[in-house]
Design a binder for this molecule. Structure first.
Ligand SMILES: Nc1nc2c(ncn2[C@@H]2O[C@H](COP(=O)(O)OP(=O)(O)OP(=O)(O)O)[C@@H](O)[C@H]2O)c(=O)[nH]1
Ligand SMILES: [Mg+2]
Length: 483
């Protein structure tokens, strides 16, 4: 690390922080945790006359508000002397009774005797500052806490275990190798037998660019894995959208009636399908309406459609696909769409049309002058929520449509899950590309080499090897207090 970089390192913390680590509210047990040089002192103040508990051993203690103070609770206390703690500092964990009162009173007592309330993510931030984990691992800790599907859990755990960090570390090594080749080349420019030719430098840079691009390709799916793919149920009124929404949720969340125009507002829920997260949105049936409320609902539906990652377009299997439906599909552009022919239990078998995709629609002569070719209808499924037809198949194809790469490789692969991460890798990639172009244009090698430096900085900042308060603030802003 350069002197300039180390001078930009944030100051290590010297004060002692305290926070409730469990979520506030009624519960059997709550955990109050402290970290910092005064943590053991504060514990002594709360347990006057008692010995320090043996390190890393849960010990029952009466907690009072200082010498002669009121009893707050009898609780299990564990101390973790530095550096073998989550933050790398002296830490105390107090497992007390849960609820609104006890944890609050213990926390107040900690603050009254020398600690201060922690900022969001401050424990993990300290862990990063003390080299207990890098920034990418810290982000994975947040993903692990917030995860709602098996795939996200597996992916987050893999990153917490340094999966992504290791990959970024390897890329940085690769970059350093290119720089070393360069240095070598610059030292022997005139010799025919120069140990490293420009071609060799260029080959190494090409390989690095490819590796950076390969990692960048994981970003779209990685980010969806964290947010859940926005999956919008759309279609004409009464086509069975809300019924399907309920069937996928496994509960009667949306109102279902045989009156067209039942759903007005958009309903949203995160569900896990095949272990992958989907942000399922039920919307108002699309039609021109004189009813002001319904019209607003249609507007909301259109707004969701604008940011959809996937559209489930419901059309009754008895109904023909008319020009309005085709126009709608075309309007979706390149959003992947599944065409659902609903209520097949009501349609005689021989009247059910076969699977329809963009190609299928064109083949059937339904594409109305090729307009539907602009849409991206990937699959079509015949569906009934009454007898369950098609539900299994729908659940099978959804993960493949949105998370195809991860479905195939499994989730234990390095994947970029945040804008911060993809921005950094993108920056590194752009710099390497600029370097390669400079070499091709015959720019003196010594001049071109300056282009690689920002790439290295980008990867180091990504891992937090160089971290400024600004970078740390950006990462930890999203954390909850006590983590
Ligand atoms: N037989 C049968 N009826 C269904 C099926 N799915 C939905 N229905 C019925 O179709 C009617 C409309 O269903 P909804 O789910 O409310 O349709 P929607 O698309 O949400 O309608 P809007 O909210 O008005 O746009 C209700 O009477 C449902 O019971 C199905 O698979 N089979
Ligand atoms: Mg509805």
């Amino acid at each position: 690390m350069t002197d300039e970089a180390s001078s930009r390192l944030p100051e290590l913390a010297v004060d002692t922080i305290a926070a409730l680590a469990t979520s506030p509210g009624v519960g059997a047990i709550a955990l109050v945790r402290m970290s910092g040089p005064e943590a053991f002192e504060v514990l002594r103040a709360l347990t006057p006359g008692e010995d320090d508990p043996a390190p890393r051993t849960a010990t029952l203690r009466s907690l009072t508000k200082g010498e002669g103070g009121d009893l707050l609770d009898r609780a299990l206390v564990t101390s973790f002397p530095r550096p073998e703690s989550y933050t790398g500092e002296d830490m105390v964990e107090i497992s007390c009774h849960g609820g609104w009162l006890v944890p609050r009173m213990i926390l107040d007592a900690c603050v009254a005797t020398g600690a201060r309330l922690a900022e969001p993510g401050e424990f993990t931030r300290r862990a990063v500052l003390h080299g207990k984990m890098d920034l990418v691992q810290a982000e994975a800790v947040l993903d692990l806490i917030e995860g709602r599907s098996k795939a996200q859990h597996d992916a987050a755990l893999f990153q917490v275990e340094r999966g992504l960090s290791r990959r970024i570390g390897e890329l940085r090594e690769q970059l350093v190798t290119v720089e070393a080749y360069l240095a070598h080349h610059i030292d022997f420019p005139e010799e025919d037998e120069a140990p490293v030719t420009v071609d060799r430098v260029a080959d190494a840079a090409d390989a690095l660019r490819d590796a950076l691009e390969e990692l960048l390709e994981t970003a779209p799916e990685g980010e969806l894995l964290r947010e859940g793919a926005v999956t919008v149920l759309a279609g004409p009124p009464n086509s069975g959208k809300s019924s399907l929404y309920n069937a996928l949720l496994g509960e009667e969340r949306a109102i279902v009636t045989d009156i067209p125009g039942t759903t007005r507002d958009a309903l949203e829920a995160v569900i896990s399908i095949g272990g992958f997260p989907f942000r399922l949105v039920d919307t108002a049936g699309l039609r021109d309406s004189d009813d002001q409320v319904e019209e607003l609902g249609v507007e909301v539906a259109r707004r969701y459609l604008d940011r959809a990652d996937l559209v489930l377009f419901c059309v009754e299997s008895q109904a023909d696909l008319g020009s309005a439906e085709l126009e709608f599909l075309t309007g979706l552009g390149d959003v992947p769409t599944v065409l659902l022919r609903t209520k097949v239990d009501l349609t005689p078998r021989d009247r059910v049309s076969g699977p329809l995709t963009s190609e299928g629609l064109a083949a059937e002569g339904l594409d109305d002058g090729h307009r539907v070719n602009a849409a991206d209808v990937r699959e079509s499924v015949d569906l009934s929520v009454v007898d369950g037809t098609g539900l299994g198949r729908l659940k099978e194809i959804l993960p493949e449509l949105v998370y195809g790469g991860l479905v195939r490789t499994g989730t234990s692969v390095p994947a970029l899950t945040r804008a911060r991460q993809s921005e950094a890798v993108q920056k590194a990639r752009d710099q390497v590309v600029a370097f390669i172009e400079a070499l091709e244009e015959g720019t003196p090698v010594a001049v071109a080499s300056a282009l690689l430096r920002p790439a290295e900085t980008a990867l180091e900042e990504l891992l937090g090897l160089i971290s400024t308060d600004e970078i740390l603030d950006r990462v930890f802003r999203e954390f909850c207090i006590g983590k």
